[in-house]
Write a protein that binds this ligand. Structure first.
Ligand code: HEC
Length: 276
C-alpha cells in the first residue's frame, strides 16, 4: 500500500508535467473576444501547408508544416476591420507586434513542426540557451530577407488584433509630430524594444518595465544607457537582451533617449509595494 502510493505520486506528477509541456492551445483575441483552439481543432478546420523557408533562427532553409496565418485569423473572425496591428504572445512574455497590413501583404505560417521531424522542432538558440519553438512558431514565406520589421515569435501561444493607439495609449505619444526626436524614438522603441519591454505597464514582459515607478533615464546615465543598448552583455554577462550595435546608430540612440526621457514626465501610477 505504502509502496504503491510512493510509486503513484511521481507517476501522477510526471503525467501532469508532460500534459503541461504538450499544451498546444492557441488563444486568438479578436474584437476583445478570446477564442482557444488546440492543434487538433485547427487541423480539423484548416489546410496544412508544407513550406520551405530560409529561417533566420535556424539560419538555414527549413521545411515546416503549418497553418496559413491568414486562415487562422479568419477562423477567429478577424477581417481587418478589428484593428491595425497584430500582437503575438509567447510563453516567456515576448510580445512582438506587426502591422495588420503586413499580414495581408505577406504570407506567414503558424508552423507546428518541422516537416520530417517526428520530435516536432529542433531547438533554436535564444542568447546562450537552446529552446524549443513548440507549440507554434510564426514564420514568413519570404524568409530572413524580409528584414527586422517582421517578428518570428516561437513558443507562440496567443495572438490579438488590436488598435495600436488605443491598446498602447499609455506609451504612445500621439500628440507629437512625426518628425520630433521623441516621436522618432517611439517608432524605434515600437520596432525594437516593445516586444520585450513595457513602458507604463504596457508591452512585453521578457525584459524589465522601463518607466514606472522609476524611468531608466532617472538612474542610468545617458552614456551607460547608450553603451548598454548597444551591447547589454558588456554590462550583464549572459544578458538575454540582444545587441543593437549593428541596428541602431547614434542618431537612433539620441531619439530613443529623447522618448525614454519624455516618458519620465508621463508616468502612470502604480500601486506601491512594501519595501524590504
Ligand atoms: C529579446 C528581448 C529584449 C529586447 C528586444 C530588448 N531588451 Fe532590453 N532587456 C532585456 C532583458 C531580458 C533585460 C534584463 C537583463 C539585463 O539587464 O541584462 C533588459 C534590460 C534592459 C535595460 C536595463 C533596465 C534596468 O533597469 O537595468 C534597458 C535600459 C533596456 N533593456 C533597454 C532596451 C531598449 C532601449 C531596447 C530596444 C532598442 C531593448 N532593451 C530591447 C530584453 C530585451
Amino acid at each position: 500500500m505504502r509502496l504503491r502510493r510512493f510509486l503513484l505520486y511521481p507517476l501522477a506528477l510526471l503525467l501532469c508535467l508532460s500534459a503541461a509541456a504538450e499544451d498546444d492551445t492557441l488563444e486568438i483575441v479578436v474584437g476583445g473576444r478570446a477564442q482557444r483552439f488546440d492543434r487538433a481543432a485547427l487541423a480539423a478546420r484548416l489546410p496544412v501547408h508544407t513550406v520551405t523557408i530560409d529561417d533566420p533562427d535556424y539560419d538555414a532553409p527549413v521545411t515546416f508544416d503549418g497553418f496559413a496565418l491568414r486562415d487562422v485569423l479568419a477562423l477567429a473572425g478577424a477581417d481587418g476591420a478589428h484593428g491595425d496591428e497584430l500582437v503575438f504572445g509567447a510563453r516567456d512574455g515576448y510580445a512582438p507586434t506587426v502591422a495588420y497590413a503586413a499580414v495581408q501583404a505577406h504570407d506567414a505560417f503558424v508552423a507546428f513542426r518541422e516537416h520530417d521531424n517526428p520530435e516536432g522542432f529542433r531547438p533554436v538558440r535564444q542568447g546562450k540557451a537552446l529552446v524549443s519553438p513548440a507549440p507554434y512558431f510564426l514564420v514568413w514565406r519570404e524568409g530572413a530577407a524580409l528584414g527586422p520589421d517582421f517578428p518570428w515569435p516561437y513558443q507562440l501561444v496567443r495572438m490579438e488584433v488590436i488598435d495600436f493607439a488605443t491598446r498602447y495609449a499609455a506609451l504612445y505619444p500621439a500628440d507629437l509630430a512625426a518628425d520630433t526626436p521623441a516621436r522618432r524614438g517611439f517608432d524605434t522603441f515600437k520596432l525594437h524594444c516593445l516586444r520585450c519591454h513595457a513602458i507604463n505597464l504596457q508591452g512585453g514582459d521578457l525584459g524589465p518595465e522601463l518607466n514606472v515607478p522609476r524611468n531608466v533615464t532617472e538612474y542610468w546615465t545617458p552614456d551607460h544607457l547608450r553603451g548598454f543598448i548597444h551591447d547589454a552583455t558588456a554590462y550583464h554577462a549572459r544578458s538575454k537582451m540582444p545587441s543593437f550595435r549593428a541596428v541602431l546608430d547614434d542618431a537612433h540612440l539620441d531619439d530613443l533617449l529623447a522618448y525614454l526621457g519624455l516618458m519620465a514626465s508621463r508616468k502612470v501610477s502604480v500601486p506601491t509595494e512594501a519595501g524590504p
